[in-house]
Each structure stands twice: as structure tokens, then as C-alpha cells.
Design a protein around this ligand. Structure first.
Ligand SMILES: Cc1cc2nc3c(=O)[nH]c(=O)nc-3n(C[C@H](O)[C@H](O)[C@H](O)COP(=O)(O)O)c2cc1C
Length: 176
């Protein structure tokens, strides 16, 4: 059995996620494993598309995040998308660090695994992602320097950008 029975597996080509709409509503977590540990954090920036002959997601993790240790330690991570009713939990997970506390336990999310990749049972849709490429955002490559100034100039806390293949998609079965 690959995944929990409350989810059905669909093809990446069947994913129906409008990230322009979903991400600003605080609906998304990135989660990865490092040895026996799991960490998660809220993300507000990502893209879904088709690149290098594969369905991909691109996501951004700043150098300062504890989660970075996890996304670096593992070839796989998950992106979990949640209903708006979980917004307060996702704000909590995006304002507290796994360095300081077991924040997953704190919000009470239940962890499940897809071929060893952690995700949360409370999610509506889960993307299981395999890293293809990563780089570090840098000032020189900005064409629009206003964006650089707004996002990085004050903190110099650059994002690692991960382009990852969507290798599996789990979608919550609707219960009427
Ligand atoms: C709405 C929202 C969106 C966020 N988006 C991102 C993001 O895309 N990339 C990032 O590195 N941090 C993002 N953060 C910040 C991290 O989620 C936050 O710093 C978190 O506490 C890091 O946890 P960690 O130290 O356990 O990794 C976001 C936070 C919130 C509340």
C-alpha cells in the first residue's frame, strides 16, 4: 500500500491547482525528512509547470530556514495544499521554527508517508517531489532590481530555488 486510503492517486497531468490563487491564502507546506526527523514550513512562493520533459514544481527556501537542512538532506520533499480552515495552523508553522519546538505536534497534524516521503493527512492535495535542480538566488541575476531590493537587500537571506519533478499526486477523496 503506497498511500493512506483517504487519498486517491492521480496523474500529475490531472492536478488542478491554481497557485496564483492558492499561495497567497496561506495554504501550502513544504515537508522533508532528515534521518528520523521531519520538518515542515509554510511557503508562499512556488510555481507548477512543465520543464525538461517533466511535470515540475519550483519552490524557494531561504538560507536561514531549518527546513533547508531537510530539503538538502533528502532527494525528495512533499508539498501539501490545505483547505482555508487550516490557515491558523499554517500561519503558526510559518512563524515558528522546528529548531525551537516540535511544531508539527503543536498544531496536531498527522504525518503519513508515501514511499518514505512525509506528508500530512489533513492536506487536500499532496505533491510528492523529487529534486532535479537547485541554485541560490543572487543579486547579479536580477534584471528588475526593484524586486531584489524589496525581497533581499535588507536581509541578504537568499532563497535556494528547487526545481523538482512531481513524481506522485495524492488527492483527498471527497466525502459527502
Ligand atoms: C504565509 C507565509 C509564507 C511563507 N513563504 C515562505 C517561502 O516561500 N520560503 C521561505 O523560505 N519561507 C517562507 N515563509 C517563512 C517560513 O515558513 C518560516 O520562517 C518558518 O518559521 C521556517 O520554519 P523552520 O525554521 O522550521 O524551517 C513563509 C511564512 C509564511 C507565514
Amino acid at each position: 500500500m503506497k498511500n493512506n486510503t483517504s487519498f486517491k492517486e492521480i496523474k500529475p497531468s490531472e492536478v488542478d491547482l491554481n497557485l496564483i490563487n492558492l499561495l497567497p491564502k496561506v495554504t501550502t507546506l513544504i515537508t522533508a525528512k532528515k534521518g528520523d526527523l521531519i520538518n515542515t514550513m509554510t511557503i508562499g512562493w512556488a510555481e507548477i509547470g512543465f520543464l525538461w520533459y517533466r511535470p515540475v514544481v519550483t519552490t524557494y527556501v531561504r538560507e536561514s530556514r531549518y527546513t533547508l537542512e531537510f530539503t538538502e538532506a533528502n532527494d525528495y520533499f512533499s508539498l501539501c495544499f490545505f483547505d482555508c480552515k487550516y490557515k491558523d495552523d499554517l500561519i503558526y508553522l510559518g512563524r515558528h521554527s522546528g529548531r525551537d519546538e516540535n511544531k508539527i505536534e503543536k498544531v496536531g497534524f498527522k504525518t503519513e508517508f508515501y514511499n518514505g516521503v512525509p506528508y500530512f493527512l489533513e492536506a487536500s492535495t499532496v505533491l510528492i517531489c523529487k529534486k532535479i535542480y537547485r541554485d541560490l538566488i543572487n543579486e547579479e541575476n536580477f534584471i528588475d532590481k526593484d524586486v531584489y531590493k524589496r525581497v533581499y537587500a535588507d536581509n541578504l537571506d537568499f532563497h535556494y530555488r528547487y526545481v523538482a519533478e512531481i513524481v506522485a499526486v495524492l488527492q483527498k477523496e471527497k466525502t459527502l
